[in-house]
Ligand binder design. Structure first.
Ligand code: FAD
Ligand code: NAD
Length: 458
């Protein structure tokens, strides 16, 4: 290991590797250090990618079952768990291996080890000191573990759940945020009887209530039991299973063969001895950074999950690019607060910008318009179920302020709304844009036309 680098990136997730590669492209001597053997961080190794691979399998199982209503039956699926796990792992390896090649081509030095600051310009990596001129902290986050729970191999976090050790007959999921809902989608399709317990009044808190109700109904139709406004007070482990004692809207016990804890993630800022560099870490484990990625020390940047919510890969990547540009003397700043969110459930739930409830709470002048997917030819012809495209707009200027889509491929469709908001587009811009027929993207134009009074499809 060399003992000096110009730019040290600590953590090689979507924030860290994107930052390292961009800085190398801009001519910097870059070293990236990660405790893992592979690049890609949580997202590629144990998050976004393995979950999406298993969600694809879940969607295929559901599609095959639904074809019965079209007169096509396949019989009961045989699930070879070892083969499914191997396929998922192979996809992860392809991507992480690809990143290794990209790093090599860019001459980004890689070090495997755990870094901790030992001064304002030094880190210790597993006992060896490295000096740096500038550093980027991209150490991500880790699952929150609820206090007072027993140590038990049948209690999983998202990483354990994605290892696909087994398909339990009964599975309880504590936390109905994005991770909890994606896991419910995977394991219910694989055959588990799933119960989700969510503390808030709705699953996916923060998302549009009307859209969430459509997802909630779909999960119920898939056989998932959902208890909202419910707290797990105690967990007892016995030889035969785990028992959760609940209070709130659902009062009683849930017995399950395995439990997934998905109650959020905590930033890893307090694991790197940041104080030795002169940095402050909040009590949530975050390290604060400005729009350029700079911490309170001008030569140290922080990006991605370690800077707090929203903890999403695409946000980390954007922050990484900006930090690289600023660190190499360019003028850049994160010029947007628009970060799209997608739950890759069946149906998908995707949203960006303001929701109706947020607009109301913040006192923004805003109106909503929506188009039901029951009236979308493409949705019906593709076997799609209930869905909706909702736009939030300024009542006078008609500028778009937000959007929520629930339905198949909602995550892909959301990009049009995100771009429209970024470009300051109005309902008229969207409604007057010719959308191909029959596509799901038409539902965005139809929602705009509905507000303008020009819709002929309802
Ligand atoms: P991370 O990806 O967390 O990477 C941090 C890296 O730093 C890790 O590799 C770690 O080993 C390393 N590290 C930590 N401490 C040290 C140290 N002291 N020394 C050296 N290395 C260190 N987001 C989406 O946008 N879309 C999704 O579909 C999605 N799905 C997800 C599914 C799951 C199950 C989970 C858990 C998360 C998902 N996320 C998703 C969130 C996404 O994974 C994170 O937002 C993203 O990975 C954050 O990137 P990051 O670069 O900040 O850090
Ligand atoms: P989250 O914060 O999104 O959801 C956690 C949920 O747990 C919340 O709804 C909360 O109300 C609930 N909760 C908290 N304490 C509870 C308790 N004691 N009992 C019952 N419910 C409780 O966190 P997450 O779903 O764990 O995801 C972590 C992070 O990873 C998030 O930032 C998320 O955006 C990100 N992620 C994103 C994707 C994606 O983009 N598709 C997928 C997975 C994870």
């Amino acid at each position: 290991m060399r003992d000096k680098t110009d730019l040290l990136v600590i953590g090689a997730g979507p924030g860290g590797y994107a930052c390292a590669f961009r800085a190398a492209d801009l001519g910097r001597d870059v070293t990236v250090v990660d405790a893992r053997e592979t690049l890609g961080g949580v997202c590629l190794n144990e998050g976004c990618i393995p979950s999406k691979a298993l969600l694809h399998a879940a969607e295929t199982l559901r599609d095959a079952a639904h074809m019965g209503a079209w007169g096509i039956t396949f019989g009961a699926p045989k699930i070879d768990l070892d083969a499914l796990r191997a396929r998922k792992n192979d996809i992860v390896s392809q991507l992480t291996g690809g990143l290794g090649g990209i790093a090599k081509r860019r001459k980004v030095r890689r070090v495997q080890g755990t870094a901790r600051f030992s001064g304002a310009n030094t880190v210790e990596i597993d006992g060896t000191e490295m000096r740096f001129d500038q550093a980027v902290i991209a150490v991500g986050s880790a699952p929150i573990r609820l206090a007072g729970w027993p140590e038990d191999a049948r209690i999983w976090d998202s990483t354990a759940a994605l290892e696909l050790r087994e398909v339990p007959d009964t599975l309880a999921i504590v936390g109905g945020g994005i991770i909890g809902l994606e896991m419910a989608t995977i394991y219910s399709a694989l055959g588990s009887q799933v119960t989700v317990v969510e503390l808030a009044g709705q699953i996916a808190p923060g998302a549009d209530a009307q859209a969430v109700a459509i997802l909630h109904a779909a999960l119920t139709a898939q056989g998932v039991t959902v208890h909202t406004a419910t707290r797990v007070d105690a967990v007892a482990a016995t030889a035969s299973g785990l028992t959760l004692t609940c209070s709130g809207h659902f009062k009683g016990r849930i017995t399950a063969d395995a439990v997934i804890q998905s109650v959020g993630r905590r930033a890893n800022g307090d694991r790197i001895n940041a104080q030795a560099a002169g940095l402050t870490v909040t009590d949530r484990g975050t390290i604060e950074a400005d729009a350029t990625g700079r911490t309170r020390l001008p030569h140290i940047f922080a990006i991605g999950d370690v800077t707090g919510n929203p903890m999403l890969a695409h946000r980390a990547t954007h922050q990484g690019h900006i930090a690289a540009e600023v660190a190499t003397g360019h003028t850049a700043a994160l010029g947007t607060t628009l970060v799209p969110s997608v739950a890759y459930t069946s149906p998908e739930l995707a949203w960006v910008g303001l929701t109706e409830a947020q607009a109301k709470a913040d006192g923004h002048p805003a109106k909503a318009t929506s188009f039901p997917w029951a009236a979308s030819g493409r949705n019906l012809a593709s076997g799609g179920g209930d869905g909706m495209t909702k736009l939030i707009y300024h009542p006078q200027t008609h500028r778009l302020l937000g959007g929520t889509i629930v339905g198949r491929n909602a995550g892909e469709l959301l990009a049009e709304i995100t771009l429209a908001i970024e470009m300051g587009a109005t309902l008229d811009d969207i409604g007057l844009t010719v959308h191909a027929h029959p596509t799901l993207s038409e539902t965005v134009a139809f929602a705009a036309e509905k507000a303008l009074g020009t819709l002929t499809d309802l």
